[in-house]
Design a protein around this ligand. Sequence first.
Ligand code: ATP
Ligand code: ZN
Ligand code: MG
Length: 307
Amino acid sequence: MDTGTFSAKSLLDDLFDNGILFDSGVDGLYGRSGVFEEVIERFERLVTRLGAPDKATRIHFPPGMSRATLEKSGYMKSFPQLAGCVHSFMGNEREHAKLLGMMAAGEDWTELQQPTQVALTPAACYPLYPTVAARGPVPAEGLLFELSSYCFRHEPSQDPARMQLFRMREFVRIGAADQVSAFRESWLERGKAMIESLGLPCEVDLANDPFFGRGGKMMANNQRDQGLKFELLIPVTSEEKPTACLSFNYHQDHFGQTWGLQFADGSLCHSACVGFGLERVALALFRHHGPDVNAWPAAARAALWDA
Ligand code: ATP
Ligand code: ZN
Ligand code: MG
């Protein structure tokens, strides 16, 4: 792997050439090698170990979620450009013949599909909030969850760090404002120390989400002004524009309001999540330490393999 170059296209080619990722013909949709998966598995174990003292409840959601939940969450207002909904053919035989005819003629046959109840999960924590709300009032000490999910975002790119289907591991804290801020603060420190233990250069910076449209600019500014989002950045495909590999998000009481998450006394819960982009961390490791995991620096190997 030519670790001297920093152009997105060449890193992707290097990953293909080394058999670490496999091309599917669609940008952002790749097969992963056994070694790539092993790095992700080891990293997930490291994350889980770091979080273990906090005794989070672990939930693994599938990569699809209730479309109604996605609609109610407000996602389509903020990120319509990233969302994906699953459609299926629900017609009869006559319509099936029409579909095959349209396909054969190279016409757009997808209009014969209908939306299903399933949307692709855009972030691991979206299915969580209504699940928690359905269980009744949140206890005074709050709640903590550890989640893992494949996520979809329609942002095709030749930057290998910007995939359309990727995995996110998240810790989500639901509770009072001070509980939630303390959680985020502690992960800002723990996350940085963890990435440094892997021998990766990183910096933490204020960030904003890619809110859609003109109104979105205001939302992004507001998010920055209030310090609601931080990212841990590692150079992966560019030194000038390092990649967000961990995110630390404070939602205030947005999900509390949306889903009626409240304490027994009726006051609304706040929430925060810390998200680990698993493919991005793996890519950062390969980018900085090379394609052969046996030749990685001793400290990185110890953190991932020996503990
Ligand atoms: P970016 O700013 O690069 O678009 P993001 O800020 O939108 O990323 P979040 O919404 O905070 O990302 O998602 C949580 C984590 O998921 C990120 O820190 C990142 O590591 C990972 N992630 C987000 N988008 C992608 C993607 N397209 N491919 C791979 N990992 C991603
Ligand atoms: Zn989240
Ligand atoms: Mg971002």
